[in-house]
Design a protein. Structure first.
Length: 297
């Protein structure tokens, strides 16, 4: 990776991919968004339009296509787990080149899928904490006061580029701990806000006993999997989160879209089974959300 501008492909320019793509393009990098023909046509014409309480408003010119046609420096995989298999067909291994592949998906299981498709050594585990929504093709609304990425690799130069664009970036040396650090917050956040159809502020007040019980279960699973998770640490993040914050699963449920229930809740339950940890309340919530959405897990 050189010190010149990067060429970054964004597979899935939705809320997360669109936010990162807009910030990188605004900072002078070449951004190629990969999406369906309708979305790609809008992006070619209008670019990415970002509305953010943290970054302000901007319109960023980007390239767009339905598939990757040349090697890039970085491939950001920012689709939902429910769309991953179809999205990966837009990037064939022979075209990828030596790109660093960074999946920013929820859950745990996607890494094995992506490493099975591309050279495993090029795939770097990543997570992101953010609230960002695609309101229409190319239009992104970022409402959280943070947009923080973690990468499980020594990618100092790339991290500096991302920071220069405005993103928070931390580098980690323990992939398992990094993924569970996000999941122990995300799973109860997604399950409880979606089940009760409310924001995090209401969950942490009106549904606090249930929140505490779920946190106890999920942090126990995380510790069994090798992460140093504690209920108090995760609860502190819940209590500091903006009151009106909603989960992406909740927004998908409100819009009638497929839910990442298997990627989030299912991942916790599968790990609980492997490690012999009881999770009756988490299992109940997963079942209730699945029934409400008529979705199998």
């Amino acid at each position: 990776m050189t010190t010149s501008a990067l060429t970054v492909a964004v597979l899935g320019p939705g809320g997360i991919g669109g936010l990162i793509g807009a910030l990188l393009a605004r900072d002078g990098h070449r951004v190629v968004c990969l999406a369906g023909e309708e979305t790609a046509a809008v992006l070619r014409r209008d670019g990415l339009r970002l509305e953010s309480t943290r970054y302000g408003e901007c319109a960023a010119a980007v390239e767009a296509d339905t598939r990757l046609r040349e090697p890039v420096d970085v491939l950001l995989v920012t689709v939902k787990q429910t769309s991953l298999a179809a999205a990966l067909d837009r990037v064939t291994p022979d075209v990828l080149g030596n790109a660093v592949v960074i999946p920013l998906l929820n859950g745990l299981d996607h890494l094995a899928v992506i490493r099975g498709r591309y050279p495993a050594g090029q795939v770097v585990a990543g997570t992101i904490r953010v609230e960002a929504t695609r309101t229409s093709p190319g239009r992104i609304v970022h409402t959280s006061p943070f947009a923080d990425i973690e990468l499980a690799a020594s990618l100092d130069e790339l991290a500096d580029r991302l920071r220069h664009s405005g993103l928070g970036v931390s580098l980690r040396d323990d992939e398992t701990a990094m993924l569970w650090d996000k999941l122990v917050f995300l799973a109860p956040f997604a399950l409880l806000t979606t089940r009760h159809r409310t924001d995090v502020g209401t969950v942490r007040t009106e549904h606090r006993p249930e929140l505490l019980a779920v946190l106890d279960e999920i942090t126990a699973v995380a510790r069994a999997a090798g992460a140093a998770a504690t209920t108090d640490a995760v609860l502190s993040f819940f209590d500091r989160a903006p009151q009106s914050m909603k989960s992406s699963m909740q927004r998908d449920a409100e819009a009638g879209r497929p839910l990442e229930l298997d990627a989030i809740g299912g991942a916790v339950l599968r790990a609980a089974t492997v490690h012999g940890v009881g999770t009756p309340i988490t299992a109940r919530l997963v079942g209730e959300v699945a029934r409400a959405a008529h979705q199998d897990v």
